[in-house]
Design a protein around this ligand. Structure first.
Ligand code: AMP
Ligand code: ZN
Length: 114
């Protein structure tokens, strides 16, 4: 989608610390990390948020979770554990309207989130 920063990263047009890429998802480092390890898994297709997910997206979303787990393992945060977050729309705290999973680890997480 024109003007979308994550579509630009998916297209290889904007720089990013890419950790994993295939035809369905891209994982890259968050530029404003909230934990020692913080990366995003985004869908290659522009879906604005979880609110726009449809029947038929099950395989894509499941794949994104498997990639989150795989990259977490490669970064060494699988054994001790990590936090997975998907902010959805305004009250969910979403700032980039392209579906993404946050994966954060390397420190103790607290609950509930703010
Ligand atoms: P959210 O607030 O859930 O929409 O999360 C957006 C996340 O994207 C924030 O954690 C930002 O730090 C991160 N972010 C924004 N632009 C970029 C970018 N160009 N490359 C990597 N991370 C980004
Ligand atoms: Zn996009």
């Amino acid at each position: 989608m024109n003007g979308c920063p994550f579509c630009s990263i998916v297209a290889g047009e904007a720089p990013a610390g890419v950790l994993y890429r295939d035809d369905r998802v891209v994982a890259f480092k968050d530029t404003n990390p909230q934990a020692p390890e913080h990366f995003l898994v985004v869908t290659a297709r522009h879906i604005p948020s979880l609110a726009e997910v449809e029947s038929g997206d099950e395989e894509l979303l499941g794949h994104a979770l498997v990639v989150a787990r795989k990259v977490a393992q490669e970064l060494g945060i699988l054994e001790r554990g990590f936090r997975l977050v998907a902010n959805c729309r305004r009250q969910g705290g979403q700032t980039v309207p392209h579906l993404h999973l946050h994966v954060m680890g390397g420190r103790q997480m607290t609950w509930p989130p703010g």
